[in-house]
Structures are given as C-alpha cells and as structure tokens.
Design a protein around this ligand. Structure first.
Ligand code: FRU
Length: 495
C-alpha cells in the first residue's frame, strides 16, 4: 500500500515537472503576445504605467480554463513585450466578482489611501458584479500593485442596476478632477461622471445611442489622441465594444460632455477581424502616447477554443493617432517599433508575379512579414499562411470590389460550429497608390494585419497543427505582382 502511494507521488511529481517544462511550448501558444501561464483570461484591465513598469491586469479565472470566478490577474513588463506574471491582484470574494475597470496613480493622495508621505497609491476602479447588481468599486495598493485592499466604503457608484459596468477613469487636468466613462450597456450609452476623490461621483452627461447598436455596449475608453503630423495637437476619441467588435467616435470633450465632430452614419471600426475586443489604453504612460491592448477572442465561441492550459491572449500593444481623410477622422494603429528587436535574421524573398500559386520555402508560424501587392484589375488573391494538410488561412485582396479580406473557412474549425460560421471578414480598401502594402504578424494562433498606413487592421485567431506551417502567394488567374517582400522569424518572449 505504502509503496503504491509512494509510486503515485513520484508519478504526480514527475507529471508536474513535465507540465512546467512544457509551459509556453504548447501547440497554439503565442510566443510574442501575452497570455497567462494557466487558465482563462478576457479583457485587459487597469492598464497603467507605474513604478517603472507597465502593469497589465486582466479578467482572469484563477481556478479554471473557462470564464468564471472573475478576478484581476496581473503581469508587468518593462518593454511591453516581455511579461512577468504576478499573483492574482484583486480576487473574487463572497460571490462578488471583479469585472473590468481601470487603474490610476493617485498622485495627490485624493483618496487618502496612501499612508506614507512620499507614497502614491495605485487605485483600481472596477465593477463589483453579482447576478442581480453591478456597482463601481475601488481597491488600492501601496506596494506597487503587488497586494490590494478593497475599499471599505464600496460601492462608490450604485444605480441599483443589473447592467452598469466597466468604469474607465482618468485625470482631467484642465478641470483638475477625475472623470469616469462607464457603460450603460442595454441603453447603448456611456455615462460620464466626475469626482475629486474617486469616492463620490457626480453625473456629468451621457453619450449615445450612436453608431453600432447591434450588441450591448461595454468597456468604454475616452482619451486624447495625437493628430498625425501635427505635433502637440490632439482629438478626443471614445471607444466602445459591442457584439464582438469595437467602434470609435472622434470629437471633443469639454470637461462635461463628449461631442462627436460630425455624427457619422458609417460605423468606424477599430479592427475588422474576428477576434478583437475590449481594448483600452495605458494611463500615465511616460510619453503620453496612447498605447492600447485588446483581448484576442470572440464571445461567440471564446470558451471553446482548443487551447490548454490557458485560454485567450492579448493583442500586440498598439500606438494610436488620428488623421483627417476628406471630412472624416480616421484612427491609425501601429505596433510598437521596439517589436523589431524580436526579429531574427531577415530572409530575402525575391519579387514575383503570380497568377496561380507560388509556394514560399519559408516554414513556421511565428513570423513578421511585409510586402506590396500590385494586382491586375480583376485579381483576387494574396497570401495563404498556415498551409498544410489541405488547410490554410487566406489574406486576400479583391481588386474589382476594392476589399481586403481574411478567410479561415479552410482551417481547422471542428471544435465549434459558431467559430466555423464566422469565417470571413472584409474591409473597404481603396488602392490610392496603385498597390496594397500589407504588414502581417503571425504568432502560432494569432494573426494581426496592418495596412493602409495603419487605418485598416484585422486581428483573428486560427488553430493550425504544427505541421500546417507553409506559405503561398496565390491569385485567381489574373496577375498579382509582389514586391518589397520582407520576412523575419520572431524570437519568443518567453525563453
Ligand atoms: C467584456 C465584459 C465586460 C465585463 C467583463 C466580464 O468582455 O463582458 O463588460 O466587465 O467582460 O468578464
């Protein structure tokens, strides 16, 4: 008996060591996108630069690989590429879940949470969630985000509503006050509140309904975004998440109301892919440059994606700016240029004209690539990645219709019929300069595509086997010319 217990112990200990050793080497595991070592994550929360590091809190189930027991997980990074996961920061307690929210540095100790003269508390403003009620609540940390206490006076904002969530707070310097944007999901409204101490809040105004009303509004974010090419000038941009996509409004915030410059009939999408949601931006960043991170998944099938022991990841951090096109403002997004440090040796790929198929010799699903495509009038084609076993993920341009598209119909989608049905997405893309310049980041199960100077972005998940790792330029019979092809395999940020 004793002996069998001892053998069992050895077996389990061995199993644990084996599991630890294979961590971050699992099939589908992103190598340069953040994901928690184990268990479920959704929205990024409380993005704040503090104490020399970027903090990334995230919706997290510490006990399982599906949504539940929502708490704030925690990771930090010096460069927004290499992350160190820390213990759970704010945990579900007594059946009250910790839903999404933001974090601020309380520089003037407006809350009185700081106990030492030179200490600046980090304060999290989150939604306290139960089945019947969502209220806004505070927690604070006086040790650089490592340990947190919930404020005894919680909730700080209670409308006695079942749906009222995702507070995003920032310091409004012009009015010397805190401002909160918080969602009234069902009403499709963002409410703005102000406060002097983060504890008492006064309603300022509501924005909405507007734009995309196809799903409940969640995770608002309001911030000043630089205008490209006009140093020192900014516009106010308001983001909301709904129906597994995001939208933005560009306008002005006068300390009380957000007013869209020119109310749009067209919906402005932040990302055209299948898997980008709940993105928010960093507070207190050293250069005041807004940097956003989104959740790479889709509520339609999020719990069923075939990854373990973790589920879901964060997008690449993106630098935001805006520019005017005609009489319309458009959002520009670019990954941080420091990402170039992860490039391995550049691999040359010569210029090519393709009217059917051209196999590239490069193999692997962890790379960065860019190229220009000059399509003939009726060409439909582009690049297939994750090619193998009859499977591939298409990134294509339809020249006659002037649309960029992604298509994952021919990838492994057996795990979920909803995932299988959401297989194609497209965006308008005019060929102003006679060519399409694509910049592609592929990271095992995440594809991010940037084009049109960062004004059109797609983020999508795909789950290829390790052996499905080829690449092919392709076209429908009309010629496409490929120029300036650049390709780098990427270093893992985990090893
Ligand atoms: C958005 C969201 C938020 C909520 C959180 C719960 O993805 O539904 O509205 O706070 O996720 O995990």
């Amino acid at each position: 008996m004793r002996k069998s217990i001892f053998i069992m112990f050895l077996f389990l200990a061995g199993k644990n060591v084996a599991q630890e050793q294979s961590l971050f080497k699992e099939t589908y595991r992103p190598q340069y996108h953040f994901s928690p070592a184990k268990n479920w994550t959704n929205d990024p929360n409380g993005l704040v630069y503090y104490g020399g590091v970027y903090h990334l809190f995230f919706q997290h189930n510490p006990f399982g690989n599906e949504w539940g027991h929502m708490s704030w997980g925690h990771a930090t990074s010096k460069d927004l590429m290499h992350w160190k996961e820390l213990p759970v920061a704010i945990a579900e307690e007594n059946g009250v879940a910790i839903f999404s929210g933001s974090a601020v540095v309380d520089k003037n100790n407006s809350t009185g949470f700081s106990t030492q003269p030179d200490q600046q508390s980090l304060v999290a403003i989150y939604t306290a969630h139960t089945e019947k009620l969502q209220t806004q609540a505070l927690a604070f940390s006086n040790d650089k985000g490592l340990t947190w206490k919930k404020y005894k006076g919680n909730p700080v904002l209670d409308l006695h509503k079942k749906d009222f969530r995702d507070p995003n707070v920032f310091w409004y310097e012009a009015g010397k006050k805190w401002v909160m944007a918080v969602s009234q999901p069902i009403e499709h409204q963002i409410s703005f509140y102000s406060s002097n101490n983060l504890k008492e809040w006064k309603l300022l105004s509501n924005f909405g309904p507007a734009g995309d009303l196809s799903g409940v509004w969640e995770c608002p974010d309001l911030m000043q975004v630089p205008i490209e090419g006009e140093p020192g000038k900014t516009k106010w941009v308001l983001f909301t998440s709904q129906n597994s996509t995001m939208q933005y409004f560009v306008g002005e915030f006068d300390g009380t109301k957000f007013i869209e410059d020119k109310p749009q009939t067209k919906i402005h999408k932040q990302d055209y892919g299948t898997d980008y949601y709940a993105a928010v931006t960093y507070h207190n960043s050293p250069d005041k440059q807004p940097i956003s991170i989104g959740w790479v998944n889709n509520w339609e099938y999020a719990n069923t994606i075939p990854t373990k022991p973790w589920k879901s990841a964060m997008s690449l951090p993106r630098k935001l700016s805006v520019k005017k096109r005609g009489d319309d403002w458009v959002l520009i997004q670019h990954p941080l240029s420091t990402l170039e440090e992860l490039r391995l040796k550049k691999e040359a790929i010569s210029n090519n004209s393709v009217s059917k198929e051209y196999d590239l010799f490069q193999k692997g699903n962890c790379f960065e690539m860019s190229f220009d495509m000059i399509p003939a009038k009726n060409a439909v084609g582009g690049i297939k990645i994750a090619v193998g076993n009859g499977h591939y993920f298409e990134i294509g341009y339809d020249a006659a219709r002037e649309k960029l598209f992604i298509d994952r119909s021919n990838t492994n989608h057996s795990f979920n019929s909803k995932y299988a049905s959401i297989n194609r997405k497209e965006a308008d893309l005019k060929m102003y300069t006679g060519m399409i310049r694509l910049h592609i980041y592929f990271d095992e199960s995440i594809v991010e595509i940037y084009t049109a100077d960062g004004t059109v972005v797609f983020t999508s998940q795909v789950f290829p086997d390790k052996s499905e790792n080829g690449m092919q330029f392709y076209s429908n019979g009309s010629e496409i010319r490929y120029e300036n092809v650049r390709y780098w395999k990427m270093k893992s940020t985990w090893f």
